[in-house]
Ligand binder design. Structure first.
Ligand SMILES: [Cu+2]
Length: 241
């Protein structure tokens, strides 16, 4: 290959990379706007449903059960990560975690109920003996390698403080502790295989979702590691407040 051809090829490659970067940048900007604007994205307008219902007579009562899981990379994840409901559905969230070491939260932006996106609904499956994990660094809020009490910091469907209703399964038959006992897994470092996972669950009433859009939920402790998900509320022209 001659020098000029090499230069030309390099130039074309640089141009192509530039175009790809522009496309990725534009997509990222579009996605940020898509998530941040109250204006309904056209993708959602196109799938508007028509189911007669109202805040006092919701379309349907739905419980979204969200589990903690690990993905193929070994990272903490929600399962499911995506849920779709319609404007006017009456929602309850059930959050189940059986991690061997870490605490998890289900923290949802309440824009779907007409609050600002900084108003949060939160369930907290942090239990005695669990850890805040690797993404919460020493000296930052939430850092704790061995929680010593029951969870707090839960918020209700209006973003107000509420007592956490987190419960623990009685796993004494499998070598675990009773419903009020500790998850002693983090006391072993690394945890031994004989330490049973702590089966925790909490339930929160979310209420009627009134504003269509795409809403993020995340785990306070593992958000940086990608423990995030989205609830899509489809527009419903049959809904009236
Ligand atoms: Cu988590």
């Amino acid at each position: 290959m001659s020098q000029s051809q090499t230069a030309s090829s390099t130039g074309r490659t640089a141009l192509a990379l530039g175009v790809v970067a522009l496309i990725i940048g534009a997509s990222a900007l579009g996605y940020a706007v898509y998530l941040g604007l109250s204006q309904l994205p056209s993708e959602l307008s196109a799938v508007t449903v028509n189911v007669p219902c109202s805040t006092s007579q919701p379309c349907a009562n739905k419980t979204i059960r969200v589990d903690w899981t690990l993905d193929d990379s070994g990272q903490d994840r929600f399962n499911p990560q995506y849920a779709t409901v319609i404007q006017g559905d009456n929602l309850t969230i059930m959050f189940i975690t059986n991690d061997t070491t870490d605490a998890h939260t289900f923290t949802l932006n309440l824009g779907l109920r007409g609050f600002s996106s900084s108003t949060l609904f939160q369930l907290n499956n942090s239990w005695t003996g669990l850890s805040s994990g690797d993404f919460i660094l020493p000296g930052t809020p939430g850092y704790n390698l061995n929680f010593t009490g029951k969870p707090d910091g839960c918020t209700d469907n209006n973003g107000g403080a509420v007592a956490c209703n987190t419960q623990k399964m009685d796993d004494t038959a499998n070598g675990g502790t009773g419903p009020s006992g500790a998850c002693n897994n983090t006391l072993e470092n690394p945890p031994t295989s004989s330490a049973p996972p702590c089966d925790l669950w909490s339930i929160g009433y979310l209420g009627v979702v009134t504003v269509p859009g795409v809403y993020e939920f995340h785990c306070f402790y593992h958000q940086k590691g990608g423990m995030i998900g989205y609830i899509t509320v489809l527009p419903n022209k049959g809904f009236s407040t």
